[in-house]
Ligand binder design. Structure first.
Ligand SMILES: [Zn+2]
Length: 396
């Protein structure tokens, strides 16, 4: 059945502003046309959105829905089944909150992605890296305080590799296990007592081998990097995306502009470490949030391509906090929403299919009570939203 959304301003995801007097014509799961209200064919059923804003659904370019898989309390079904149920629930909840696409940056196995794609449970469309390729004592190495390695869930390839040859072989293994993209950990983070945030973990030779092999296999490489020489080495190795980038110096920003490297800052991850972390994370994060915001401001001014990612799953799945923090870092509201819709779709390689209200894309849409281009916080309240996935409202 064809139907048209009428009587609401349109934020198409790309133009950065609201457009008036248009109708969004839907055919099955796709957007067929965006046309003046008066040109909607007579046989098309009209859906009056009552003056509310029509916009693309949110894409979260960095989240973790199954971090428990990196350090499960046990491998038996009785232990794992409730954890899997909680992950299904979290996936369903973010869809209800307006998130229609997620790049899971470590932990989520292919059964979730494929189950969602097949419609077996409600949730967003998923890309997953499965694991985070790292050296021994890297960020995905679940070393416990006494030094023993924590076992990963058997659904994930082990993350560790040493030297370019093993790194290349690890890429092949992770792709063979079903990963949509490769995630690597180039520097430390804020959660380990044994690694400094700026410490380089993978060598440039290892990262060059990873990028070469991944690109040969048609997979992008995204890179956890906070700053310092590891971040620069990752850029020189040709990674497609820098995740976090809390200390971007002039050299890094110039390199990102020159190469077209994407930047997914995950401001909210560190803000939540600062608010709610243990003493270790809080201490690091206190020292980070100011320079992080400044890195985003300078990168944006220089023209670095920015996509919105929450790092949700470390704490809550709250992708709206990231939008609010991007706005606080100086991005105009229209660009903030673009970073979480059309720009995110570009970053993830979904631009033919998602992220904008243009003909041919999936009808994954939000109907918003309030104007998010004036006040981004209207997206925080689910009472303000009606969510459509693949042409069907969740509540119809
Ligand atoms: Zn993360």
């Amino acid at each position: 059945m064809r139907r048209a959304l009428v009587n609401g301003p349109l934020f198409d995801g790309g133009s950065g502003r609201l457009q008036h007097g248009l109708a969004v014509l839907l055919a099955a799961d796709r957007i067929e046309a965006v046309l003046p209200r008066g040109e909607v064919p007579g046989e098309v059923a009209l859906v009056d959105v009552g003056g509310r804003v029509v916009m693309p659904g949110i894409i979260d370019s960095h989240a973790h829905f199954a971090l428990w898989a990196f350090d499960p309390p046990g491998q038996d079904d009785a232990t794992v089944a409730p954890l899997r149920e909680a992950t299904w629930d979290a996936l369903g909840a973010v869809l209800q909150a307006g998130c229609v696409g997620v790049r899971d940056c470590g932990g989520l196995d292919v059964a979730f992605r494929d189950g969602l794609a097949a419609g077996r449970r409600p949730g967003p469309r998923i890309q997953t890296s499965l694991t985070i390729i790292s050296p021994v004592n890297g960020i995905a190495d679940g070393g416990r305080p006494a030094g023993a390695l924590a076992p990963h869930l058997h659904t994930l390839p082990a993350p560790e590799c040493t030297g370019p040859d093993e790194a290349r072989a690890k890429v092949r293994e992770v792709v063979a296990a079903g990963a949509d993209f490769i995630k690597i950990g180039a520097t430390g983070g804020v959660s380990s007592p044994r690694r400094e945030p700026r410490q380089q973990l993978l060598t440039e030779a290892e990262m060059t081998a990873i990028v070469d092999e991944a690109h040969r296999l048609g997979r992008p490489v995204i890179c956890h990097a906070l700053g310092g020489p590891g971040l620069l080495a990752a850029l020189r190795a040709g990674v497609d995306t820098i995740e976090h980038g809390v200390w971007l110096d002039d050299e890094a920003i110039a390199e990102m502009v020159r190469r077209g490297t994407w930047y997914v800052p995950t401001l909210s991850g560190y803000e939540l470490h600062r608010r709610r972390g243990g003493p270790l994370q809080r201490g690091h994060a206190e020292a980070i949030v100011g320079s992080h915001r400044e890195s985003v401001r300078r990168a944006h001014a220089a023209g670095v391509r920015i996509a919105s990612g929450s790092d949700g799953g470390v704490y809550d799945h709250d992708f709206t906090l990231e939008l609010e923090l991007l706005a606080a870092a100086g991005l105009p509201a229209g660009e903030v929403i673009a970073a979480a819709t059309s720009r995110a779709a570009e970053c993830l390689g979904w631009a033919a299919d998602m992220g904008a209200v243009v003909p041919g894309r999936r009808a994954d849409l939000l109907i918003v009570d309030g104007d998010p281009t004036r006040d981004i916080t209207v997206l925080r309240n689910p009472d303000n939203l009606r969510v459509m996935q693949a042409g069907v409202f969740l509540d119809e």
